[in-house]
Design a protein around this ligand. Structure first.
Ligand SMILES: C[S@@+](CC[C@H](N)C(=O)[O-])C[C@H]1O[C@@H](n2cnc3c(N)ncnc32)[C@H](O)[C@@H]1O
Length: 288
């Protein structure tokens, strides 16, 4: 498997923390009460065969396999760089029949037209050579197939997430060059226009884009568990991480409302969808 410096970092990170994204986002809900995973599941409801790019430990695949209102996917498949995350996915009873493959989204081991939808939760923005990912998604989708993803949008509002990032900045600046995180993914996919520019040439129609504010509020310790799941934290040594945690817990406690209640913390995610347009399939095939 050809890998980049970014992919090697991701594999190392998820070897240590294979279920980190579900731990951070599995309980966070948007205004309508759904998690980002549930919002994505609902976007592809009715699709029979669904592939998850960067499926991690299978939180989304499980939801797709179980379904909602009887609308479950018949075939679910996932690809991920991390064998440790996939091992956790394989332990889920609901995924006993799922096809779970260690590999790169840039080189999918599936036949052309094998899926009705490709989904990706908090993973597309980490992927290098994202044009190749788009071309591969177009290749494995049936005509008219749906691409749907949730992308990280960043801290939302003057709350605990911003306090965490403010405390993190100087600690990261002190990390020696050789321990720093390599650049991950392609920033273009974090905006609607950028994602359009990536997906369009692969044969997809215009991107529909919605921003959801995910409430990650809770006790200071719970909020720490959510915010400290970000990749940069892996570059910190033990004392730096412990110092950051202590400083954050003190600030977070002060952010709690008088008389108690959850520490406010929110994170924006973008929910983006695009259909493969049959008219442009020839272009996509030419690039495949
Ligand atoms: C932030 S985690 C999200 C995991 C899961 N989708 C979730 O939300 O619970 C990103 C995942 O994408 C995977 N990943 C990143 N780049 C990838 C690539 N090029 N091909 C396959 N998986 C990739 C990582 O290994 C990691 O499991």
């Amino acid at each position: 498997m050809v890998t980049t410096a970014g992919e090697a970092f991701l594999r190392g990170f998820h070897a240590e923390r294979p279920g980190v994204t579900g731990d951070a986002f599995g309980h966070g809900r948007s205004a309508d009460g759904r998690t980002g995973y549930e919002a994505l599941r609902d976007r592809v409801a009715g699709c029979r065969r669904v592939l998850d790019l960067g499926c991690g430990d299978g939180v989304l695949l499980r939801l797709l396999a179980v379904g909602d209102d009887g609308r479950r996917a018949e075939t679910v498949a996932g690809v991920d760089l991390s064998p440790e995350a996939l091992a956790l996915a394989r332990r889920r009873p609901e995924l006993a029949r799922a096809v779970l493959v260690e590999g790169r989204a840039q080189q999918l081991p599936f036949a052309a037209g094998a899926f009705d939808a490709c989904v990706s939760h908090m993973a597309l923005m980490l992927m290098d050579d994202v044009e190749r990912v788009a071309a591969e998604a177009a290749r494995v989708l049936a005509p008219g197939g749906l691409f749907a993803c949730v992308l990280g949008g960043g801290a939302a509002g003057g709350e605990a997430y911003e306090a965490f990032l403010r405390l993190l900045r100087p600690v990261l600046a002190a990390v020696p060059e050789e321990r720093r995180m390599p650049p991950l993914g392609d920033r273009r996919v974090r905006s609607r226009d950028g994602l359009d520019a990536v997906l369009g040439p692969a044969g997809f129609g215009p991107v529909e884009w919605e921003t959801l504010r995910i409430d990650l509020g809770g006790s200071p310790e719970e909020v720490w568990r959510s915010v400290s799941g970000i990749y940069d934290v892996r570059t910190l040594d033990g004392p730096a991480r412990a110092g950051l945690r202590a400083a954050f817990l003190a600030e977070a406690a002060a952010l709690a409302p008088p008389g108690g209640g959850p520490v406010p913390c929110a994170f924006d995610v973008h929910l983006a969808t695009a259909h493969l347009t049959t008219a442009r399939l020839a272009t996509a095939a030419g690039r495949g």
